[in-house]
Design a protein around this ligand. Structure first.
Ligand SMILES: Cc1ncc(COP(=O)(O)O)c(C=O)c1O
Length: 444
């Protein structure tokens, strides 16, 4: 690790690194650098302990620097640093795919490896298109996403995604994409606990889209079971079931983007378990390796996978893949992460902590500018009133205050999103919400 600091002769130059999803000039004027991490805490460059209220970026589900994972990565890189992903394999890739297939309910038994959530999304969209074509249904090319959806930053992902700032600067995007309405209503859902009662009927909008384009042109619908990045929007009760019924009726594939909800975040292995709805494809990443290595995985049902396994056996069935698909080091990290989740019963722990978490989050009701609080599993969204003409500034200031007080939170617009590692204790939950409450009160 670089020993350079932010001042003195050996000063770190911040100019060259163009930071992602960051206000670069603002950041570089007052940087927040992290130099190490262990369990629930980061250490900042100025030597302070900062509690991780966000599991990094929704990925460090078991907490930081967990011994089993660290050892597995060290051993893997020394044993098999790389193996070609095309036309060759290594045992870990097959072992991991089998374990994942066993974890996932229903017949989502085939796993395609990627390096990120964005790649998982683009992979799933491509599989959906190619699936229909493989079955001779090649007019099915339309993809349906949802307003306020986040599906990463590839051209596929931003096309089906519904976050305006992520789309507006990048041209016409993919053709033939339509969007369902988002599922949030302050009027009908404010301060709902868990899944809101209102909003299942919004799934019926898919019938309108089908009537407009005709089902025979639609390949797939992609949604996050619980929208995360757009500010924590748990699905209305019954919404996902309805979406499944309508897609099924019209021969449209349903893709769940579980990049955030996968690997325990809702107190079950996947949102598929939590909501009892079985899609055709599921995208994952993040918690797969506990954030330690870049890796994603797309789950496909037997029906989808088997549609490709036809024709001469010497031919490649899907012209898609990445140099680092099922990278041996990432694979080892994933296997050790699954072991850690299992040995420590961490998904069960989320289910047990969820009621305490919900209570603590909703106790912020009544603080200045708090206009809504939402929660599910070990996730909470706290929405603040925006200052006129300055969307996002208030929450940003709360974030900086929290960081200075030793807590990392995440903000999107004026919504605060919390998603700590599953090892968080009840005492740390109390500390997290105390620090946050103090910061909200101090922010005009
Ligand atoms: C639902 C969802 N899909 C896709 C992504 C993109 O993942 P990545 O940043 O690993 O490409 C994210 C990232 O937050 C996400 O939340």
């Amino acid at each position: 690790m670089s020993q350079r600091t932010l001042d003195g002769d050996n000063r770190l130059n911040l100019a060259a690194h163009w930071m992602p999803f960051t206000a670069n000039r603002q950041f570089k004027a007052a940087p927040r650098l992290l130099v190490s991490a262990k369990d629930m805490h980061y250490t900042s460059h100025d030597g302070r302990q900062v509690m991780d209220g966000t599991a990094g970026l929704w990925c460090v589900n078991a907490g930081h620097a967990r011994p089993r994972i660290v050892e597995a990565v060290q051993k893997a890189v020394a044993t098999l640093d790389y193996a070609p992903a095309f036309q060759f394999g290594h045992p870990g890739a097959f072992e991991l795919a089998s374990r994942l297939a066993d974890m996932m309910p229903g017949d989502l038994d085939h796993v395609f490896f990627t390096n990120s959530g964005s790649e998982s999304v683009d992979t799933a969209l491509k599989i959906a298109l190619a699936y229909h074509r493989a079955r001779g249904d090649s007019a099915r090319t339309r993809l349906i996403g949802r307003e306020r959806g986040y599906h990463g930053v590839g051209f596929g992902g931003i096309s089906v995604g519904g976050i305006v700032s992520n789309r507006k600067t990048f041209g016409p995007l993919l053709p033939g994409v339509d969007h369902l309405p988002h599922t949030y209503s302050l009027e009908h859902q404010a301060f709902s606990r868990g899944e809101p009662e209102w909003g299942a009927h919004l799934a019926d909008d898919l019938e309108r889209i089908v009537a407009l384009h005709d089902a025979s042109t639609i390949a797939a619908v992609i949604v996050e079971p619980m929208a995360g990045s757009t500010g924590v929007l748990p699905p209305p009760k019954g919404y996902l079931k309805r979406l499944r019924e309508i897609t099924e009726k019209h021969g449209i594939l349903l893709i769940f983007d579980e990049v955030i909800t996968g690997f325990g975040r809702l107190g079950t292995p996947f949102a598929v378990d939590c909501f009892g709805v079985q899609p055709d494809l599921v995208t994952t990443a993040k918690g797969l390796t506990n954030g330690t290595q870049p890796m994603g995985a797309v789950f496909a049902s037997g029906r989808v996978h088997d549609a490709f396994m036809q024709g001469p056996e010497h031919l490649i069935e899907l012209f898609h893949g990445y140099t680092y698909s099922a990278h041996p080091v990432a694979t080892a990290a994933a296997l050790a992460s699954l072991d850690t989740y299992q040995e420590e019963g961490l998904f069960q722990r989320v289910a047990e902590l969820a009621p305490i978490w919900e209570e603590s989050a909703h106790a912020l009701k009544g603080l200045p500018h708090v206009k809504d609080i939402r929660n599910l599993g070990l996730v909470a969204g706290i929405e603040l009133e925006s200052r006129p003409g300055e969307v996002g500034k208030r929450a940003y200031e709360v974030m900086v205050r929290c960081y200075e007080a030793g807590l990392m939170i995440r903000v999107t617009g004026d919504i605060i999103a919390l998603s700590p590692p599953f090892i968080i204790t009840q005492g740390q939950i109390a500390e997290l919400f105390d620090t946050l409450a103090t910061a909200i009160k101090a922010t005009p």
